[in-house]
Design a protein around this ligand. Structure first.
Ligand SMILES: *[C@@H]1O[C@H](CO)[C@@H](O)[C@H](O)[C@H]1NC(C)=O
Ligand SMILES: *[C@@H]1O[C@H](CO)[C@@H](O)[C@H](O)[C@H]1NC(C)=O
Ligand SMILES: *[C@@H]1O[C@H](CO)[C@@H](O)[C@H](O)[C@H]1NC(C)=O
Ligand SMILES: *[C@@H]1O[C@H](CO)[C@@H](O)[C@H](O)[C@H]1NC(C)=O
Length: 391
């Protein structure tokens, strides 16, 4: 409790702009709420039934030689989500306005072509090299917005990345029309209840893939960005229960070619059935010692499989928290308690390197990238615990 006193001196009078994406491409953000008209929401109160509705953020890398764009600074979180995380911040002595004060720079695509060059005009599809799709699902109770920095950074490497909010397990989901959904009373001690949550989340994931493919709103966005998504190259990752969601979504949706779990435990049915496509487990150093489901799942994986650990991390290192504690300049003890000892910038490199190497492997490179092989790789924080890179 000692650090509470120290923290209460931290002033947040000014907005803090969190760091921009570290990859080569600027990234834009398309925020959409999507309603699955054919699917009643199983968690809707019986007094007001409604179809399942999810929130998504789609991060698209921008080809800045092909489109005109400008940078705008926007809030990191929507107001109610920021207030919710702000309440958590008060428990470590920070003001409740902490999350409301964060901003991010995002790139907006402007109407009109970048070049009036006649050669360019004659071939309007010149830039349409299709990019792969990476899907992300958050931890239980968490907002997709808490992973926006990480997702945007992956997009800046040339991937379309979509993050999904799952209403009723997220503490709060805020929709663009001002409506919001608070969490239902779901017990985290009850595996059957969590398995049901994962099942609903997996259906959300398949629905989002369908929408990204077909909805007019996304087609307009691709057109405006002069980009195209390759729906034959889809990988999914998730944090905590989102990792279990990735595994279960792979079981039910063959379009997802590979999955990555960030420090989350697994549930049935995947623990019983296993998976026949590539799967990677990336966690804190002692994860598998504390969670028997890791060894149990690893044994059942019939496709390529890799288990890796990251020294100096805790469960919440695999969110945007490392960036957040860096931005707040928290004292070392407090920072480590919240988000481990790896900085935001290093965590960004670690997670992105693993995701990109895994995508490269899943999408067809014959030789497995060095990073996924046992031994001392190029990222010092990473250890390959075990790997079986069969194709
Ligand atoms: C955000 O954008 C502003 C204006 O373009 C720029 O001055 C600032 O350095 C950027 N901040 C970050 C963290 O990228
Ligand atoms: C970006 O656009 C330019 C001009 O349209 C094109 O030559 C280039 O190949 C594109 N780059 C990517 C990565 O698609
Ligand atoms: C912080 O708390 C005060 C009162 O305790 C409240 O008026 C304010 O709206 C809260 N701010 C946020 C961002 O939650
Ligand atoms: C939540 O559900 C549990 C049983 O799973 C029950 O004991 C508890 O009273 C419920 N809480 C609320 C606020 O409904």
């Amino acid at each position: 409790m000692q650090f509470c006193l120290i923290l209460s001196f931290i002033s947040l009078a000014r907005a803090l702009v969190l760091p921009g994406p570290s990859g080569p491409h600027p990234v834009s953000m398309v925020i959409e709420s999507l309603t699955d008209k054919g699917r009643p929401d199983p968690y809707a109160p019986s007094s007001s039934p409604h179809p399942r509705r999810v929130m998504t953020s789609l991060f698209l890398p921008i080809n800045s030689t092909a489109v005109r764009s400008e940078i705008r600074t926007v809030p990191y979180m929507t107001p109610l989500v920021a207030a919710d995380y702000g309440l958590l911040a008060t428990s470590v002595g920070l003001p409740n306005s902490t999350f409301a004060s964060f901003e991010v720079n995002t790139t907006y695509v402007l109407a009109g072509r970048r070049c009036s060059n006649t050669r360019d005009r004659s071939n309007s599809n010149i830039q349409s090299k299709k990019i792969p799709l990476v899907i992300f699902s958050p931890g239980f109770g968490q907002s997709r917005l808490l992973y926006g920095i990480m997702a945007r950074s992956m997009a800046s490497e040339g991937y379309a990345v979509v993050t999904i909010d799952h209403p009723y397990d997220a503490s709060i989901v805020e929709f663009p029309d001002g409506s919001f959904v608070r969490n239902a009373n779901i017990s985290t001690d009850d595996d059957a209840a969590l398995e049901q949550v994962i099942k609903v989340r997996s259906a959300d994931v398949s629905f989002v893939i369908d929408q990204l493919k077909d909805a007019a709103v996304f087609r307009r966005a691709y057109d405006q960005h002069k980009t195209a998504i390759d729906f034959d190259r889809i990988v999914m990752y998730g944090h905590s229960l989102g990792g279990a969601t990735a595994a279960t979504a792979m079981l039910s949706d063959p379009r997802i070619l590979g999955g990555v779990d960030l420090d989350g435990r697994f549930f049935n049915p995947v623990l019983e059935t296993g998976l026949d496509r590539p799967f990677l487990l990336l966690g804190r150093q002692d994860h598998s010692a504390q969670d028997p489901t890791w060894a149990a799942l690893y044994e059942k994986l019939r496709g390529a499989r890799v288990e890796m650990s990251v020294a100096g991390t805790v469960h919440s290192s695999f969110t945007d928290y490392p960036f957040i504690v860096d931005a707040l300049k928290l004292p070392k003890d407090a920072a480590e308690q919240v988000a481990g000892s790896v900085s935001g910038q290093r965590m960004d490199t670690v997670v992105k390197s693993v995701l990109a190497a895994f995508c490269e492997f899943v999408f067809g490179s014959k030789a497995a990238p060095e990073l996924l092989k046992p031994g001392n790789g190029p990222v010092p924080e990473l250890t390959v615990v075990q790997a079986d890179l069969r194709k």
